[in-house]
Write a protein that binds this ligand. Sequence first.
Ligand SMILES: C[S@@+](CC[C@H](N)C(=O)[O-])C[C@H]1O[C@@H](n2cnc3c(N)ncnc32)[C@H](O)[C@@H]1O
Length: 348
Amino acid sequence: MLLYCRPGFEPEAAAEVADHAARAGLVGYPQTERNSGYVRFHLARPADDALRPTWQELIFARQILQVIADIDLPDPTDRITPMLEALAGTGLRFGDLIVEHPDSDAGRPLAGLARSFGNALRPALRKVGLLGSTVILGRPTLHVCFVSGASAVLALSHPERSAPWPQGIPRLRLHRDAPSRSALKLEEALLVLLTADERATFLKPGMKAADLGAAPGGWSWVLAREGVHVTAIDNGPLGETARAQTLIRHQRADGFSWQPPHPMDWLVCDMVEQPSRVAARMADWFAQRWCRRAIFNLKLPMKKRYAEVQANLSDFVALCAADGVHVEWRAKQLYHDREEITVFAHRP
Ligand SMILES: C[S@@+](CC[C@H](N)C(=O)[O-])C[C@H]1O[C@@H](n2cnc3c(N)ncnc32)[C@H](O)[C@@H]1O
């Protein structure tokens, strides 16, 4: 398996995929290189798709792919022939093609190569019948991941098990009125952690939300654009475009002690605080039935980040359960997350 992650978080992605594999009874081992932006997990035997972790189940992986072959590309004037040779005889036919590279310092200079090579490989694959003339749903997508100019990994993904975006990164543009770049983080969270159906039903005009640690107001602004009424809690000031939004009401208060006057549809929280403290406060909100759904960040400035996340999330669930509230969560280290992860939690 090939997983993409934020450079520097390879140990976390490796520990997490190894845990999943062990729980599924898969025998194998992870291989990492610090700051490479990817992790390999070598399986001792081919494994059933159903046993492999999916992209949605992993927090630290942006993408998970099934490796077909590692390819050496000694001749820069012909990188296509070795690829076609590696694919011939596999019996695989593809519905789409993605040519990409790890999102790392070493990988980013390969963007131009990936782009131009994709333009050349696509017709070559079509000519030999490996790729349809249009995108074919139901067939796997072929991924070519350049790890250098002279080597690539051929891999495949199934739409229900892998992220749909090249490199596992949804491309989002910061709106010129957004009060902060953090707006992109909430937009990405809504895109990555919720399904399209959930976005349509969970986020509707007229809903009410609280935003703890709201300033300068990016998250509040994203919610207000969906027609949600937001109470923005922060001792700091909101930016001009957030202040101009009539659906946002700013209240100067401490996010750890402020209580909502009535139940909220949403709680969002981006306070820079110890993750255990944030998780406990989120559990308070669910336990008191102050919110139905939440999106919150857990900041991870410490060394043992995977262990910290596991402890925080299991404490969060246990604290809710102690008050008779069943919560489910999904979490991801988003592209716009630095030393942190983003969690979506809800009472189903
Ligand atoms: C990363 S910023 C939030 C950015 C915001 N999500 C946005 O989109 O613009 C963190 C904010 O948390 C606030 N904060 C930290 N501790 C807080 C607390 N105990 N109560 C309220 N706000 C807090 C800080 O004042 C700061 O404005």
